[in-house]
Design a protein. Structure first.
Ligand code: NAD
Ligand code: TYD
Length: 380
């Protein structure tokens, strides 16, 4: 049986990954380590934590004593590090927290793994390692900076981050690679494009737009909406991590993306039209609406659900223009290709939100409301 330490798995991608592993593998044990920031919600894992196959520990990846104790207790075979401060806008507000969690937290995990997994030294002084161990770092395409109108990020593209978030993720990648080169630690890294899907915290573009439409609120588009992101359904990302973790050679870096570039304006328009179509064809979805004006005949009016909801607001500072991944390496080496097209994935995602309004309510109560007011007040 393999034991996994999965950090940050009360958040968006980590929780999807835990569910994916529990669904697709039998002989395993997962320990989730998550400090439960505003972005982490234990309710997301409520059906998964059973204290046998899936155990939850609340704590900080930067807490040396705790992480050492977990390594001693559970003898992990794999570490998959999702834990991070992940929102670019918040990193512009408070960069230091991003360095603390994303850089120092990652380094702490690496060091605890190094101590637990090394057995001695070889003739040249390099540590010798227990077999079958792997530290996997979940990184982002944002480490490569921003593209112009053409071209793609490959694994050879120089690292050139711009935001405090992406700079911290780059620093984390470099320290992971430093452990590979200095100690011959068995590591791997995936750099994925923007994910979307269930359990995405509604401060990120797609779930924020869905939430605002349900509330009849304006839809804030930064700048002129021409920035391009390369969107991937979260389960395809999970499958890529699974493949790299279990099948890639030690020390490899893989880009993950599905050639699905869209401008932000396209995304917002698509979400509006898809939601309206779903509400028109499946009246039960109108129950999710908080804003329910009535038409003259007493039925729920949906005519307001159109592009007039869009409002162009002040641009993000240092806003990267375009991200686009070249996934040739992971396709060639590991046979990975995305399975969910955007047309299917976006409907599935919107339907998930329409069916899980209590989850949205739970994760956005409290601190998030203050954040939203602060973040968008100065943009108007
Ligand atoms: P998220 O913000 O939804 O979740 C992050 C989780 O980490 C939360 O549960 C939070 O409580 C936890 N966490 C934060 N600080 C911690 C600490 N000090 N100790 C323990 N847990 C802590 O993020 P996400 O969107 O699921 O992203 C997960 C990872 O994937 C991140 O490393 C991110 O950089 C990377 N990534 C995200 C995307 C994307 O589109 N969302 C794309 C590529 C890569
Ligand atoms: P986001 O979901 O924050 O992801 P990232 O910054 O990691 O790519 O944003 C995706 C894009 O959408 C990005 O170009 C910023 C833009 N955006 C808006 O236009 N309005 C919004 O309210 C948000 C949250 C993002």
């Amino acid at each position: 049986m393999n034991t996994y330490l999965i950090t940050g798995a009360a958040g968006f991608i980590g929780s999807n990954f835990v569910k994916y592993l529990l669904r697709t593998r039998t002989d395993l044990r997962i320990v989730v380590l998550d400090i439960l920031t505003y972005a982490g919600n234990l309710g997301t894992l409520a059906d998964d934590i059973d204290n046998e196959r899936c155990i939850f520990v609340r704590g900080d990846i930067g807490d040396r004593r705790l992480v050492e104790q977990l390594f001693a207790q559970y003898k992990f075979d794999y570490v998959v590090n999702f834990a991070a401060e992940s929102h670019v806008d918040r990193s512009i507000e408070n960069p230091q927290l991003f360095l603390q969690t994303n850089v120092l937290g990652t380094q702490n995990l690496l060091d605890c793994a190094r101590r637990a997994w090394t057995t001695g030294r070889d003739a040249q002084g390099y540590p010798t390692w227990l077999r079958g161990k792997r530290f996997h770092q979940v990184s982002t395409d944002e480490v490569y900076g921003s593209l112009g109108k053409t071209g793609f990020f490959t694994e050879q593209t120089p690292l050139a981050p711009h935001s405090p978030y992406s700079a911290s993720k780059t620093a984390a990648d470099l320290i992971v690679l430093a452990y590979r080169d200095t100690y011959h630690m068995p590591v791997s890294i995936t750099r994925c494009s923007n994910n979307y899907g269930p359990y995405h915290f509604p401060e990120k573009l797609i779930p924020l737009i869905i939430k605002n439409i349900l509330e009849g609120k304006k839809l804030p588009v930064y700048g002129d909406g021409s920035n391009v992101r390369d969107w991937l359904y979260v389960e395809d990302h999970c499958r890529a991590i699974d493949l790299v973790l279990h099948q890639a050679r030690d020390g490899e870096v893989y880009n993950v993306g599905g050639h699905n570039e869209r401008t932000n304006l396209e995304i917002v328009r698509l979400v509006i039209s898809t939601m309206r179509q779903l509400m028109e064809t499946r009246p039960e979805y109108r129950n999710a609406l908080k804003h329910k004006p009535l038409a003259a005949d007493g039925s729920i009016d949906l005519t307001w659900m159109d592009d007039t909801l869009i409002t162009f607001v002040a641009d993000r500072l240092g806003h990267d223009q375009r991200y686009a991944i070249d996934p040739a390496k992971i396709q060639h080496d590991l046979g990975w290709t995305p399975q969910t097209t955007f047309d299917v994935g976006i409907v599935r995602t919107i339907e998930w939100y329409l069916n899980h309004q209590p989850w949205v309510k739970q994760v956005t109560s409290g601190e998030y409301i203050k954040y939203y007011e602060r973040m968008y007040e100065h943009r108007n």
